[in-house]
Design a protein around this ligand. Structure first.
Ligand SMILES: Nc1ncnc2c1ncn2[C@@H]1O[C@H](COP(=O)(O)OP(=O)(O)O)[C@@H](O)[C@H]1O
Ligand SMILES: [Mg+2]
Length: 470
């Protein structure tokens, strides 16, 4: 299979051109031979028809006794009229008057056959250079009419056509192959440009795009799709870099604070209040571990690619009450208002983190109370609606989307001490979206209301046994 291997090694341009040329060559050769055959057939049929016409005319003249000798016939046609003994009684000028063109046996056979097809006859034995098409008709009184038409012109014209085709077809072939080579080369050029563009994109040079051809064809589509992909990769890359630098930035201040406290304490060990130092260092350690916790949660969300890690039935009512119970000692009261169990499908730990983050924020900002409420809404898309409201300062309208971004803190001075690194709401939004829901912030006048919508399993989903949602 050396040929196959050689073929595979050739360029796409060469292979396409070669394949197209071979198919074209076969088609052209077939067309040429069909043309020759049909042309020959048509010309022969015309000749035969003319011979018959002539014969019928002579028969009618003979039968009515109006035939003159020599017989008058156009362009090279030979007519012989034989009486019942086989003697030639009339003939065209210059035709043989002694020997009929066909023997008695051949004449009889031809008359018997009578299918209208002429006989092919070599004219040379009769002193005629051309081949002949011969027809035999019978007339009254046992007479026979033989008409022969020379066939030479047809042979010549078919031969000429064949010569033309033999020379012309390969020429046409070469022309078409050359045209294919050029057109295929043109077609492939944008692909080569794409390849070169891709080769130019190095890891170091960011924000590079592939050249997009002007034509609106498949290559254009490929280039735009690849560019979209590059843009997405670039955005993901940028997000990753931002995350690393933001995380490092957030790590710096608790670490610096711990270091300072320890250095001061060790500088004057005997005058130091060690329990106070330990408490300060512990607080910073807690901040660090919260940050690590949040970063881990975000990494898991990124990893699972926008889907919850599990799809277990989770009772939001239960979850809300359990979470709220943990705030029994909090600065303000946390109440839960709910009419009964509401089951959604997802990851209990992730959903619990959503509640914790929202209640954490609310408790931190609330004036006197935090209300968690839960209800289900029916309809074509049944949903669970969870709200966490506080009576604190709220968030100005313009910032209500922005706070969902990672590492976004509004009251940085205050939350540096009490809050987190600005990852809480980002985790909330990404978790809720992974569960197919949405989250927004409203004005609770006064205060802020976080509203979470989560899809509920539809009636038929929950009624069908043995089928987990979705
Ligand atoms: N209930 C709320 N009332 C007022 N401001 C809020 C409330 N919840 C969140 N915010 C603001 O949104 C910012 C982002 O919240 P979050 O992502 O949870 O980060 P963090 O709690 O770490 O500061 C907070 O810094 C705070 O300024
Ligand atoms: Mg928070």
């Amino acid at each position: 299979m050396a040929v196959l291997r050689w073929w595979r090694r050739q360029s796409l341009r060469f292979r396409l051109t070669a394949a197209a040329s071979v198919v074209l060559a076969l088609a052209l050769a077939a067309a040429a031979s069909v043309l020759l055959g049909v042309l020959g057939q048509a010309l022969i049929a015309t000749t035969d028809e003319a011979a018959h016409q002539q014969a019928r005319q002579v028969v009618s003249l003979v039968d009515t006794g109006r035939l003159t000798d020599p017989v008058d016939a156009p362009g090279g046609t030979i007519v012989q009229v034989l009486d019942h003994t086989g003697r030639i009684t009339y003939a065209t000028a210059g035709a043989d008057r002694l020997v009929p063109l066909l023997s008695a046996r051949a004449r009889a056979a031809e008359l018997r056959r009578g299918d209208g097809e002429a006989l092919f006859l070599d004219g040379r034995p009769y002193g005629i250079p051309d081949p002949l098409r011969v027809v035999v008709h019978s007339a009254d009184h046992g007479r026979t009419v033989i008409v022969a038409r020379p066939f030479g012109e047809i042979v010549t014209s078919v031969a000429t056509t064949r010569r033309l085709l033999v020379v012309g077809t390969p020429l046409l072939m070469v022309l078409l192959a050359a045209a294919s080579w050029v057109i295929i080369g043109r077609t492939l050029r944008p692909i080569e440009a794409l390849r070169r563009g891709a080769a130019d994109i190095s890891g170091r040079v960011r924000s590079r795009r592939l050249p997009v051809p002007e034509s609106h064809d498949e290559v254009h589509g490929l280039a735009t799709t690849l560019n979209d992909m590059l843009a997405r990769l670039e955005a993901a890359d940028a997000r990753q870099r931002a995350l690393v630098s933001d995380a490092a930035h957030e790590l710096r201040s608790p670490l610096a604070s711990m270091r300072l406290q320890l250095e001061v304490a060790l500088g004057h060990p005997d005058r130091q209040d060690w329990p106070e130092t330990a408490a300060g260092v512990l607080e910073d350690t807690l901040r660090l571990s919260r940050l690590a916790e949040d970063l881990l949660a975000l990494a898991r969300l990124d990893e699972s690619g926008g889907r919850p890690a599990r799809r277990d039935p989770v009772d939001l009512d239960d979850l809300a009450r359990q979470t709220a119970d943990r705030y029994a000692e909090a600065r303000v009261a946390v109440t839960v208002e709910s009419l009964g169990p509401i089951i959604v499908y997802g990851d209990a730990i992730d959903l619990g983190r959503v509640l914790t983050n929202l209640i954490d924020n609310a408790v931190r900002h609330a004036g006197s109370k935090v209300e968690v409420s839960l209800r289900a809404i029916a309809g074509p898309v049944p949903e669970a609606v969870l709200t966490v409201a506080d009576d604190g300062p709220g968030i100005p309208e313009a910032d209500r989307e922005r706070v969902f971004d990672r590492f976004t803190r509004l009251d940085s001075a205050r939350s540096r001490d009490e809050g987190g690194a600005g990852l809480g709401l980002a985790i909330v939004r990404e978790t809720v979206q992974a569960h197919g829901g949405r989250v927004s912030l409203d004005d609770a006048a006064p205060g802020l209301r976080a509203v979470v919508h989560l899809p509920l399993p539809r009636e038929e989903d929950s009624r069908r046994p043995g089928r987990s949602f979705p």
